[in-house]
Ligand binder design. Structure first.
Ligand SMILES: Cc1cc2nc3c(=O)[nH]c(=O)nc-3n(C[C@H](O)[C@H](O)[C@H](O)COP(=O)(O)OP(=O)(O)OC[C@H]3O[C@@H](n4cnc5c(N)ncnc54)[C@H](O)[C@@H]3O)c2cc1C
Ligand code: FES
Length: 284
C-alpha cells in the first residue's frame, strides 16, 4: 500500500507544498525530526523536513523545492489522489522543547521555512516568546501568508535580498539587531549552509545557544551508510541519526559545505536529462 497525496499547492516560482497520508509519522513525529520519501520503484530516497504532522488526520505537510529529478517528478507526475511508494520516519532526534524565554527561528531556504512553523508552534505551546524570521531572495520566492509562521510567532519578520517584500537584507541583519536589543535567549535555524556558518559566528561571541539543521546528502537515513557524516566537536557524527539539528558552534561548517556539493555535477546532469524528456513530451 502506498501513501496518498492529500493536498498540493504551489508556494512560489521554486517551491511547493505537499501533504501526504502517513499516520505512522503523524502519530510520533516531534519537531527536529524528518522523513524520507520514495516516489516510485525507481525512486531515490529523499529527506524532507516536516511542516506539520496532524495526529488526528494522520497527515503530514512539507515544503518542497523543485530542485532535481525526484522533486521535479513530485511536481510534474504526482497529483492529489496519487500515492508515493514510501514515507519513512520519523527519523533523527527531536529538539528539546521547553521554556527558554525568547526563542528565534531563522529560515532562508525551503526546509527551514517548514521547520520554522513546526518549531515555533511547539515552543509557543511551551510558553516561550517566539520570533520568526523568514528570508527569501526576492518577491517571486515569497510564500503566501497562510504558509508562513505568523500564527505561531509573537514577533514576525520577512526579509528579501532586494527589499521587494519586507525588510531588505537577510535574517542575519534582523538577528543582529535583536541580539543588540538583548531579545534573544536561543536561536534555532536551518536552510543555506553558508548562512548557518555566519550565524554560528554571529551568536558565538554572545554565548547564545544556536541549534541548526545540518543538511547533508543522505542515503539510508538511519546511520548505516556514512553518507551524512559530519565533524562535530572533533568527532564524527551522522546528521541522520545524531541530528539533523546540532549545536552550530561545534559544527565544522567548512567540511559540511564541501561535502554537501560532492554530487552536484551528476545531479545537474540527471536533472537536465529529465527536463529534456519533459520538453520532448510537451509537459513543459
Ligand atoms: C534533514 C534534511 C531535510 C531536508 N528537508 C527538505 C525540505 O523540507 N524540502 C526540500 O525541498 N528539501 C529538503 N532537503 C533536501 C532534499 O532532500 C534534497 O534537495 C533532495 O534529496 C534532492 O532532491 P532532488 O530532486 O534534487 O533529488 P535527486 O537529484 O533525484 O537526488 C536524490 C538523491 O540525492 C540525495 N540528495 C541530493 N541532494 C541532497 C541534499 N541537498 N540533501 C540531502 N540529500 C540530498 C537524496 O538523499 C537522494 O538520494 C532536506 C535534506 C535533509 C538532509
Ligand atoms: S544517511 Fe546514511 S548514515 Fe546518515
Amino acid at each position: 500500500m502506498g501513501y496518498k497525496i492529500t493536498a498540493k499547492e504551489n508556494l512560489s516560482v521554486i517551491d511547493f507544498f505537499m501533504e501526504v497520508e502517513a499516520p505512522h509519522v503523524a502519530r510520533s513525529w516531534k519537531p527536529g525530526q524528518f522523513i524520507v520519501l520514495i516516489v516510485d520503484e525507481k525512486g531515490e530516497r529523499v529527506p524532507m523536513s516536516v511542516y506539520y504532522a496532524d495526529k488526528d488526520t494522520g497527515r503530514v505537510g512539507m515544503f518542497i523545492r523543485r530542485h532535481g529529478v525526484t522533486t521535479f517528478k513530485l511536481w510534474y507526475e504526482k497529483q492529489v489522489g496519487d500515492e508515493l511508494l514510501s514515507v519513512a520516519g520519523p527519523l533523527g532526534k527531536p529538539i528539546e522543547v521547553k521554556h527558554y524565554g525568547n526563542v528565534v527561528f531563522a529560515a532562508d531556504a525551503v526546509c527551514a521555512q517548514a521547520e520554522c512553523y513546526a518549531t515555533l508552534k511547539a515552543m509557543k505551546e511551551a510558553g516561550n516568546y517566539t520570533i520568526a524570521i523568514h528570508s527569501f531572495e526576492t518577491k517571486d520566492h515569497v510564500y503566501p501568508e497562510k504558509f508562513l509562521s505568523k500564527p505561531v510567532a509573537d514577533e514576525f519578520y520577512i526579509t528579501t535580498e532586494d527589499g521587494s517584500v519586507g525588510r531588505k537584507g537577510h535574517y542575519l541583519d534582523v538577528l543582529k539587531e535583536l541580539i543588540e536589543q538583548d531579545k534573544v535567549d536561543i536561536v534555532f535555524a536551518g536552510g543555506k549552509l553558508g548562512s548557518l556558518k555566519k550565524l554560528a559566528e554571529l551568536t558565538r561571541p554572545y554565548g547564545i545557544p544556536t541549534i541548526t539543521t545540518v543538511r547533508q546528502i543522505m542515503v539510508d537515513g538511519t546511520g548505516m551508510c556514512g553518507s551524512c557524516r559530519i565533524l562535530y566537536d572533533g568527532e564524527v557524527k551522522f546528521a541522520c541519526r545524531d541530528g539533523p539539528m546540532f549545536d552550530a558552534h561545534k559544527v565544522d561548517w567548512d567540511d559540511v559545505i564541501r561535502r554537501d556539493s560532492r554530487f552536484a555535477e551528476q545531479q545537474a546532469l540527471a536533472r537536465e536529462r529529465y527536463l529534456a524528456k519533459l520538453r520532448e513530451k510537451g509537459v513543459i
